[in-house]
Design a protein. Structure first.
Lengths: 112, 116
């Protein structure tokens, strides 16, 4: 069975600082990987996805993620965080049947 | 393009009562999903529809939960009777259909259920 672990429940960064959110997955075949963001009271918005090819994936709002097969990781990064990035971030793995399994989420707080 | 619509946004009920949630997916999206998101956790898939047929409902507690998508468009999720542990946000998502590139899931804002 597939699974996703997001080791950091909460992260606080200063505005303008760089950000890295960790995601580790377990899946028997080639994974399809996603990062979603959820603002309070809102649904999930897709930030970026990895299906195949280039292991560095660019997304919306200046986010990027790198797929590392050897480490079973798909970490999300942003070079300079803005206050509006404060939200909860979810990593997910999809299987061939298009079923998504989500991690527990990381809540990002941004200090002014 | 209109997004996934869900109603109501909030619902408060007492245990053992029944409740229903409604979802209208993005126009043209054949696949519809219901997720349960308990506070502090990631969403968990309850049921997936392809048009009006069920693809997967293995994690749906069928003794109390039911869902339908009779005309292959909008869908209803029902809980009867509700338990305290059903307190959660119920998210609906839709995608164009099967196939990797078509299966980007778009989420509604959810219905927050509180069972007292």
């Amino acid at each position: 069975a597939q699974s996703v672990t997001q080791p950091d429940i909460h992260i606080t960064v200063s505005e303008g600082a760089s950000l890295e959110l960790r995601c580790n997955y377990s899946y028997g075949a080639t994974p399809y990987l996603f990062w979603y963001v959820q603002s309070p009271g809102q649904g999930l918005q897709l930030l970026l996805k990895y299906f195949s090819g280039d292991t560095l994936v660019q997304g919306i709002k200046g986010f990027e993620a790198e797929f590392k097969r050897s480490q079973s990781s798909f970490n999300l990064r942003k070079p300079s965080v803005h206050w509006s990035d404060a939200a909860e971030y979810f990593c997910a793995v999809g299987d061939a049947g298009n079923m998504l399994t989500f991690g527990g989420g990381t809540r990002l707080m941004v200090k002014p | 393009e209109a997004g996934v619509a869900q109603s109501p946004r909030y619902k408060i009920i007492e245990k053992r009562q029944s409740v229903a949630f409604w979802c209208n997916p993005i126009s043209g999206h054949a696949t519809l999903y219901w997720y349960q998101q308990i506070l502090g956790q990631g969403p968990k898939l309850l049921i997936q529809f392809q048009n009006n047929g069920v693809v997967d409902d293995s994690q749906l507690p069928k003794d109390r939960f039911s869902a339908e998508r009779l005309k292959g468009v909008d869908s209803t999720l029902k809980i009867q009777p509700a338990k305290l542990e059903d307190s959660a946000v119920y998210l609906c998502a839709s995608s164009l259909g099967p196939g990797l590139l078509k299966n980007i899931q778009y989420f509604g804002a959810g219905t927050r259920l509180s069972v007292l």
